[in-house]
Design a binder for this molecule. Sequence first.
Ligand code: SF4
Ligand code: SF4
Ligand code: SF4
Length: 161
Amino acid sequence: MVDLVRRKLVTLARGPAGQLSLPWLFSQQQFVDACTRCNKCVDACETQIIQVGDGGFPHVDLTINECTLCYRCASVCSEPLFKAEPEAPWQADIQLTDRCLALQNIDCRSCADACEPMAIQFKPIIGKVAQPNLQTESCTGCGACISPCPADAINLVLRET
Ligand code: SF4
Ligand code: SF4
Ligand code: SF4
């Protein structure tokens, strides 16, 4: 019989959002097959961004706070679900939507102020407020830019694998 909760979770993790799979997973399918829903990762997360979602499966919500990339969620898990720490936490890209205030010519740089690796920079444009410019090669996927955005204009979107 098709497990609708598991199928929905695979879809969810690939969707746009603050709502993402946990970092460093080998695959979302392996996760929904083997995660025991013990919630040890939920308790271990230092920024409390791991939430319990559909079917009791944990996911990350970057609208709450950033991921410090501390690796605790992976370290406390007793199942073989997570890649080694040196690997990239997510195959994901940061995206700005047209809700961005600066794109609507309203001065705002909250995302750049929150981004330690300076992956969001603002370029002066004649006749407009400074416009955001993503340096995707510098983005760590930490999501620190997401919760300070007053327009809810930033998503971290998983790449299709
Ligand atoms: S790496 Fe750390 S901050 Fe990020 S989800 Fe895991 S426990 Fe939370
Ligand atoms: S914080 Fe949000 S609204 Fe402000 S410039 Fe960045 S993306 Fe645009
Ligand atoms: S996800 Fe992190 S590194 Fe990437 S743009 Fe946002 S704050 Fe900067």
